[in-house]
Design a protein around this ligand. Structure first.
Ligand code: NIG
Ligand code: FE
Length: 425
């Protein structure tokens, strides 16, 4: 990817500088963009070191070069806190079947769905897996995503889960998109354990999680542990099985995430709050009592509107109710080959405006600072504040509301990752 190496510069001439300053936005605070007009950002060695009037920054940093935003919107890079980016193959045939009336769960229970991607991913070499995934990572980056969470879960044996993890780690090292890994050995019950879910749960708890912990300590002792996630859903892992897996992970110190209420409500949102999960994700069929408990906790509610859209279903996350009860709401793509093959957070924002009834400002906060909180990274990314990583976007519009309003095209003209400038157009 082409870039302009610049170490120290002042980004100036933004029509609107969306700072998103002030930390994660709970409840009715959602949508505080912290807009500054006539303001500039000084970047040194990949870090934001000053925000203020261009004249003042020029005086304070006379040796810095200047990067002209040409009267356009400048904002933090998008954070995508829920993805299944690493897989092999595609499921175009299944999409066709679904349009002919088969349901997602019917296809999964007949050995298709996630399981067909598991077969393809197990067969792929690490190199092939990385090559297939790189293209999607590039599309996400050029669409404005600067940090992304990525799950395993298409291997379902320790070795093949590790292969996915290695793909995530290698692609992160390649950059420029930053990837944070999640172990999701409990994404589905593999074919060899069909009808023996409890035995598979034991394998995950007694062997995979301890082995992962050991591997991580050996290979990446300096890095934070990955997240551990479970698909808590009827016909996949029930509430007790999910609790068992997450409790085991918690004992080892892994931070937790959980897929809940995508198709049916099992009470997983309350489990997330009970275990102090960093996030509870999907939240479509969530009941009022679960909304209440989740909203009182620090667990971020991650909505994935690309999924019901991708499945052509009518029900979406009750985002208004979550906001009213004071939850921290975030947005993500859920990019995966089955339900939501969408690299673009911009499209997710457009969907959230229409299907979750959010304003553009609310979707921007949900896709930046709150999305960073869904990864426990709010201290480092997700806003334009002194000391934060310089992950920034220049849009080719002068009014932020074009995000959400417009869809199906790319409004990002420049992506800045850790201070390095990548012109997109
Ligand atoms: O988030 N819910 C489980 N996982 C994905 C779907 C994965 C797939 O179909 O391959 C989701 O929707
Ligand atoms: Fe998912």
């Amino acid at each position: 990817m082409n870039n302009e190496t610049r170490n120290n510069y002042i980004l100036h001439n933004a029509s609107q500088l969306l700072t998103l300053a002030g930390g994660p936005q709970r409840g009715s605070r959602l949508g505080e963009l912290g807009i500054l007009e006539n303001s500039a950002v000084a970047v040194r060695d990949g870090v934001i070191i000053a925000v203020g009037e261009f004249g003042d920054l020029q005086r304070d940093f006379p040796s810095f070069s200047h990067l002209d935003a040409e009267g356009h919107v400048v904002m933090p890079g998008f954070v995508d806190p829920h993805t299944h980016l690493v897989w092999a193959g595609d499921r175009a045939g299944e999409f066709d079947l679904r349009l002919q009336g088969k349901s997602y769960m019917e296809i999964l229970n007949a050995g298709g769905g996630i399981i067909s991607t598991v077969r393809a991913t197990r067969e792929a070499s690490l190199e092939d897996l990385i090559n297939q995934t790189r293209r999607r990572a590039q599309l996400a980056f050029t669409s404005g995503t600067t940090t992304m969470e990525v799950k395993t879960g298409y291997g379902l044996t320790f070795e093949s889960e590790l292969k996915q993890l290695q793909a995530i780690i290698e692609l992160n090292e390649e950059g420029p998109l930053e990837l944070l890994p999640t172990f999701m050995g409990a994404h589905a019950v593999p074919p060899e354990y069909k009808g023996r879910t409890d035995a598979y749960v034991s394998l995950v708890c007694d062997e995979m999680i301890p082995a992962l912990y050991k591997w991580w300590q050996n290979q990446h002792p300096q890095r934070a542990l990955p997240f551990v996630d479970v698909f808590c859903e009827k016909g996949v892992f029930d509430l007790e099985q999910s609790r068992r897996i997450l409790r085991t992970a918690k004992k080892f110190g892994f931070p937790l995430k959980i897929h809940v209420d995508e198709f049916e409500s099992l009470g997983g949102a309350q489990l997330a709050a009970e275990l102090g999960a960093v996030s509870a994700d999907h939240l479509v069929k969530t009941l009022p009592e679960d909304i209440k408990v989740l909203s009182k906790s620090n667990t971020v509610a991650v909505s994935l509107p690309g999924t019901p859209f991708g499945l052509n279903e009518d029900e979406y996350t009750p985002a208004k109710a979550l906001i009213e009860k004071d939850a921290i709401l975030a947005l993500a793509t859920d990019i995966n080959p089955g339900t939501s093959w969408c690299e673009s957070m911009q499209f997710i924002l457009a969907l959230a405006c229409r299907k979750l009834n959010l304003t553009p400002a609310q979707t921007i906060a949900a896709g930046t600072i709150n999305a960073a909180a869904a990864l426990g990274q709010q201290h480092r990314i997700g806003s334009i504040e002194i000391g934060k990583q310089a992950d920034l976007l220049i849009l080719d519009v002068n009014d932020y509301r074009h995000l959400g309003y417009r869809f199906g095209i790319n409004l990002v003209s420049t992506v800045i990752k850790q201070g390095i400038v990548y012109p997109i157009k």
